[in-house]
Ligand binder design. Sequence first.
Ligand code: C5P
Length: 249
Amino acid sequence: MPPLQSPSPRVGEQRKTAQDRLIVALDFPTQKEALGLADHLHGSCKWFKVGLELYLASGNSILEELRKRGYSVFLDLKLHDIPNTVAAAVKTVSTMGASLLTLHAAGGPAMLTAAAEAAASVPGAPRLLAVTVLTSMDDGQLKSTGVSSSAPVQVLRLAQLARAAGISGLVCSAQEIRLLRGELGPEPVLVTPGIRPAGAAINDQKRIATPAVAIADGASMLVVGRPITQAPDPAAAANSILAEIESAS
Ligand code: C5P
């Protein structure tokens, strides 16, 4: 089996700090707003996620600006295409300074293997994270797409597909962390969105958990967007989540 992949610093090599485990999702329409928040969180947060909205609006410039400030970047493009196209995209991203890159496990074994081989073949490649089932999907939404399995069964199936293809980094909801840890052991890096501190608005997420529960269940890293970005005081919200991560670690 190809080598397992994990973000730097590697899980298990040294105890990760709460800052190493919190990724703030910069879901903004402009680079100016995204950098405004990143600068506001300077000293609190180390990792930022750039998703489709921001990447399409600002291109590589947002990655360069975040890297210039010393931040680590999670590029959440959720690639899903034919193997050749995804492999080529992975190689292109390797020149851009992102540390993590997502692709959909639902793209299937050939696509996942092509992506893992592309990442292994070029210097500077991001660590790959396979998205299992989006946290906005519940069993009813899955059924409407033709998937009759429950969300946890589908998550495990896709996680095993990704692993067999050489991608052990996974994106899953907090509700599947215990299942994946139990089935796959301590090695895979589990990155978990759909995090909501107690009392926070749920928004469009469905399979959610608090930061403390997600960490206690075995999440490696948490992705948090609106509970920080839409908070009246984003730095205070981030610090409160960091304290919760720390106390659950
Ligand atoms: O604002 P909120 O905390 O819900 O943001 C979650 C972030 O994580 C969003 O950027 C969303 O695109 C992303 N994400 C997700 N579910 C996945 C993968 C990524 O919510 N399975």
